[in-house]
Design a protein around this ligand. Sequence first.
Ligand SMILES: *Cc1c(COP(=O)(O)O)cnc(C)c1O
Length: 371
Amino acid sequence: MNPNSFQPPRRTLMGPGPSDISDRVLSALSRPTIGHLDPLFIGMMDEVKALLQYAFQTKNEMTLAISAPGSAGMEACFVNLLQPGDKVIVCRNGVFGSRMVENVQRCGGIAVTVDDPWGRAITPEKLEEALLKHPDSKFVAFVHAETSTGAKSDAKTLCAIAKAHNCLTIVDAVTSLGGIELKVDEWGIDAIYSGSQKCLSCVPGLSPVSFSPAAVEHIKQRTHKVQSWFLDQSLVMDYWAGEGKRSYHHTAPVNALYGLHEALVLLHNEGLEKAWARHQHMHQQLHEGLALLDIDFIVPKEERLPQLNAVHIPNNVNDAEVRNRLLAEYNLEIGAGLGELAGKAWRIGLMGYGARRENITLLLGALREIL
Ligand SMILES: *Cc1c(COP(=O)(O)O)cnc(C)c1O
């Protein structure tokens, strides 16, 4: 063996995540590592919390970044809130809804699924029906932005229905945070999780989460211990509590948190509304360019996510060959179809720092040349 430094090429990342990372975030990652209980680091963590509260539009005290990817944020929400025998309505319209069902079952909960077709939003009336049929439900869980299909669901309406039936809400915002409108407090979201590598454009490996006061109360009233020690939020709470109360739980990923801090500063300085509008505008530009190539969308117009564009692969085009050529000849990554859409769709991400004009121009030009 003659090992050498790994030198990855600079790719343009237009898949379902990780997304393009700006030089500002990349350079933040390489700053000197300091101790995770160093007062300066603790000060930075307090700022990360405040910036996450802004990004989520929440005053929730229990807002933090879990030291693991989005899937751990998902698991944290389920293992902390559910106890054996709890009934959960899970709205499912893609891969990530199915993972929620899996989480419920592993917690010993009872999952009642409300299914919608892949590529469509969740139908609020179906949720209402399920709640009437299952008045003993304690939670409603759904994915705001289904990255597997590019469909956006009406989180505000779904939460209002859940609240009317006295359920706590668990929302997957891995792909929605920073990309489309999301208002945790106003909409009545009780537990929400996201990921660092989608519209926040930071490195993968961190999962911002937030729990409402009602969710925290629910966690405090548990009679069964949370089965995961690492994800037990009652233990992590002490770590993120700040003001001298901070005690060791696990070693925080110090440099990754520098990156998240920088990414959140960028989002804050741009402004949430402006970031949402930029994603929409870039999506429109991509849509117009793809129309000229006769490439159309899987999801109906009103239900499309601007940050994840799932499109039909044109007839007589070799899926893998095109993606491989984009990567090899243009240093450009787009996503393949997932699950039911494997081989049928491409997933084009316009997430965070990746949602900019030059990326769209590069992709459209490359597709024109290859096709
Ligand atoms: C990416 C994604 C996840 C999982 O996040 P990881 O960081 O890959 O663990 C969960 N839900 C949705 C909607 C996602 O897009």
